[in-house]
Ligand binder design. Structure first.
Ligand SMILES: C[S@@+](CC[C@H](N)C(=O)[O-])C[C@H]1O[C@@H](n2cnc3c(N)ncnc32)[C@H](O)[C@@H]1O
Length: 319
């Protein structure tokens, strides 16, 4: 379950040989549901968003699914104007984290082959600490990320995806420790989220230096870089957030996280576990579960769309 990008709960399938057939089938099945959701949205202020999604190695099915969606929307627009207008269509990270007050219904179309489409309508949920649960209210479960040329590595994409998924970020005034920070993709991306008056303090740790422009642009206490071993480095006082992106054998990585938690040196964390091959998944996630129970930590494990053979453990350490 950690690895699923998106799920289609309670899906049912429609059949059609042409795009118009498929769209008509979708309309007939979906219209009563959409009507009910729109009424519910109006009466109870619960959003719903319409998501069409499909996967295909050659991209041909994706094009077909988009055409079915376009045809369905056109029919809705022509025949059910008010309903059409009340449907939420666009999704981006900003919409995800700020303007959705209550978790929406997610309506998904998933074209499995040329003639079959799955439809799923399900209410997602948003937890205070762990963000969006599945089904994610974005197409294919992939949080859109704005490309940015400034960070010195593309690793920033993973951090931004995680923030989008969580629907939040460290609060202004937070003290942050970041292990395995070089060359500074995450660091640059984090720093960009705040103004100087937000008093964010990042202590980054790596065996290597950060990209020089970063340490010139940001000085202590906003950014302090430590050339040190992330396995043993400790902050002078506990931090609000701990981030880790060190490439370590996963069992060793779990042990390092355990020290931080056991000594209550962080309140929240996002800890990347990097795997080689598939052999260790269960042993590692079992070890994480045992540890979190032992130290009274609420946590979730997620696999991001931009992850390789990695997982991230996000946790809240209770005092
Ligand atoms: C995947 S890169 C991190 C990329 C970084 N998060 C970014 O956004 O640019 C992994 C980093 O972990 C560092 N690393 C691995 N083991 C370490 C250790 N024991 N102590 C400190 N740094 C370590 C490496 O030097 C490397 O810079």
């Amino acid at each position: 379950m950690w690895w699923a990008q998106q799920v289609l709960p309670k899906a049912f399938s429609c059949h059609g040989t042409t795009i118009n057939d498929l769209a008509k089938q979708c309309f007939q099945h979906l219209y009563p549901i959409l009507f009910m959701l729109a009424t519910n949205a109006q009466l109870n202020n619960i959003d719903f968003r319409f998501i069409s999604t499909t996967y295909s190695s050659d991209g041909k099915l994706l094009g077909r699914c988009k055409l079915v969606e376009a045809s369905l929307l056109e029919t809705l627009k022509e025949t059910r104007k008010r309903l059409y207008q009340s449907m939420i269509k666009h999704s981006d990270v900003a919409t995800l984290s700020s303007s959705i007050s209550s978790a929406p219904y997610v309506v998904q179309l998933y074209l499995v082959d040329h003639n079959h489409i799955y439809i799923s309508v399900f209410k997602t949920s948003l937890s205070e600490h762990f963000g969006w649960r599945q089904p994610l209210p974005v197409s294919g479960g992939i949080i859109p990320i704005e490309m940015d040329k400034e960070p010195p590595s593309r690793a920033y994409i993973k951090l931004n995806e995680l923030m989008g998924l969580l629907g939040r970020r460290p609060a202004p005034g937070s003290k942050i420790a970041e292990l395995g920070s070089a060359p500074g993709g995450w660091t640059a991306s984090l720093l960009k989220l705040y103004k100087p008056q937000d008093n964010i303090q990042i202590q980054s740790v790596d065996r290597s230096p950060l990209e020089s422009w970063l340490t010139k642009a940001y000085r202590p206490p906003t950014l302090t870089h430590h050339i040190a071993n992330g396995l043993t480095w400790e902050p002078e006082e506990p931090v609000d957030w701990l981030f880790n992106d060190m490439a370590l054998p996963p069992m060793k990585s779990v042990k390092v996280l355990e020290r931080w938690i056991k000594e209550r040196q962080c309140s929240q964390f996002a800890w990347t576990l990097k795997f080689v091959g598939e052999s260790e998944y269960d042993a590692v996630t079992d070890a994480v579960e045992t540890m979190m129970k032992c130290y009274n930590v609420s946590y979730t494990i997620r696999h991001l769309a931009n992850h390789g053979n990695e997982l991230v453990v996000v946790g809240v350490v209770h005092p």
